[in-house]
Design a protein around this ligand. Structure first.
Ligand SMILES: Cc1ncc(C[n+]2csc(CCOP(=O)(O)OP(=O)(O)O)c2C)c(N)n1
Ligand code: SF4
Length: 298
C-alpha cells in the first residue's frame, strides 16, 4: 500500500477511526481487541479515513467495516478478497484491508485465499480466527482442532484443520504473520508491518469466541503463545517458517513467520503500473458513449 502522509493533515488518534455503529459482539469477544488494534495501527501510520478501505465477507468478525471509520464494504460470504482485489486494481493508492473469520476466509473463501496470495495483490488480510463459526452459533470451522466437539460435530471433528500460515506461504503470500487479540501491542506492530508491506499480507489472529468455543479461549492461549521475535527466527526462510507454524501444543508461535519482496499484481500489469490509479484517470469516453455502454449492459 501507499502510506501518503501530508504535512498539512492533522494526525489522528485511534478513536478517530471509530465507526458510527457500536459493535454488537458478545462481551469479551476477541474481535474487540482486533478492531482496536487496527484503529491504533492506522492512527500510528498517520493514515486518514479516506485513504483506507475495509472489505469483509459474512460472520461476526465480518461486521468490522461497519465499526470502522473509513470506506467500507460488507460483501458476500467468502468473497471479501475478490471484492478487495477489484478495489485494489482500480485504485492501488488505497490502503486495502480485508477482514473476516476463519470460516469466511479459509472455508467458503478458500479459493480466493489461494489466488489472492499467489497474485500477491497489495493488501492486508486480517483474519479473526476463532476456530468456529460464531455467527451461525457454533459449528465446526476449517481451523477447528481435530476431535473438537461442536454443534455440528457432537462426537468430535474427524477432520484435519487448515493451517493458514503454511497455506499462505505455499500459495505465495509475501508477508505472513500470526497475532493474538490478547497481545494488543504486538498485534498493532504486526498490522502496521502488514499495511506497510507491498504485496499480499496475511495476519491471522487468534480471536477467541467466548460464547461458542470453550476449548480455544484466552485461558488456552495466554500460557502458550510465544513471540517469534524472542527466539531465533529467520523470516526469509520459508521452511523454518512452516516448521514453526506447525508447532501446536505447550508452545504456539505468534509474530512474523515469513516475508519476502516480490512485485504486486498491479506492478506486473503495465496498464495499471503506469499512469496512476485507474480511479483517478480520465475515462476517455464521451457522455453519450458512456450512456450507450450503460444501456447495453442493462
Ligand atoms: C453462501 C452462504 N453460506 C452460508 C452462510 C451462513 N454463514 C454465515 S456466517 C457463516 C460462518 C461464519 O464463521 P466465520 O467466518 O468463522 O466468522 P465468525 O462468525 O466466527 O466471526 C456461515 C456459514 C451464508 N451467509 N452464506
Ligand atoms: S458469537 Fe463468538 S465470534 Fe460472535 S460475537 Fe459472540 S463471541 Fe464473538
Amino acid at each position: 500500500m501507499a502510506v501518503t502522509q501530508q504535512a498539512s493533515v492533522k494526525p489522528l488518534k485511534a478513536k478517530d477511526f471509530k465507526g458510527k455503529v457500536e459493535p454488537d459482539w458478545c462481551a469479551g469477544c476477541g474481535d474487540f481487541g482486533v478492531l482496536r488494534t487496527l484503529q491504533r495501527a492506522c492512527a500510528e501510520l498517520g493514515l486518514q479515513p479516506h485513504e483506507i478501505l475495509t472489505v469483509s465477507g459474512i460472520g461476526c468478525s465480518s461486521n468490522l467495516p461497519g465499526y470502522f471509520n473509513g470506506y467500507g464494504m460488507h460483501t458476500l460470504h467468502g468473497r471479501a478478497l475478490a471484492v478487495a482485489t477489484g478495489a485494489q486494481m482500480a485504485n492501488h493508492e488505497l490502503t486495502v484491508v480485508a477482514t473476516g473469520g476463519d470460516g469466511d476466509g479459509y472455508g467458503i473463501g478458500g479459493n480466493h485465499f489461494t489466488h489472492t496470495a499467489r497474485r500477491n495483490v497489495d493488501m492486508t488480510y486480517l483474519v479473526m480466527n476463532n476456530q468456529i463459526y460464531g455467527l451461525t452459533t457454533g459449528q465446526v470451522s476449517p481451523t477447528s482442532e481435530e476431535g473438537m466437539k461442536t454443534k455440528s460435530t457432537p462426537y468430535g471433528s474427524v477432520e484435519m484443520p487448515v493451517n493458514p500460515i503454511t497455506s499462505a506461504i505455499m500459495n505465495g503470500a509475501t508477508y505472513v504473520a500470526r497475532g493474538f487479540s490478547g497481545q494488543a501491542l504486538h498485534l498493532v506492530s504486526l498490522i502496521k508491518q502488514a499495511i506497510l508491506h507491498k504485496g499480499f499480507a496475511l495476519v491471522d489472529v487468534f480471536s477467541p469466541c467466548v460464547t461458542f468455543n470453550h476449548d480455544n479461549d484466552y485461558k488456552f492461549f495466554k500460557p502458550r503463545v510465544r513471540k517469534l521475535e524472542d527466539i531465533e527466527h529467520d523470516t526469509t526462510d520459508w521452511k523454518a517458517a512452516c516448521e514453526k507454524a506447525m508447532v501446536w501444543g505447550d508452545d504456539i508461535y505468534i509474530g512474523c513467520f515469513f516475508q519476502k519482496l516480490a512485485p504486486s499484481l498491479h506492478n506486473l500489469e503495465g496498464v495499471l503500473d503506469e499512469g496512476g490509479p485507474l480511479a483517478h484517470r480520465e475515462l476517455g469516453v464521451t457522455n453519450e458513449q458512456a450512456q450507450r455502454i450503460i444501456k447495453r449492459m442493462m
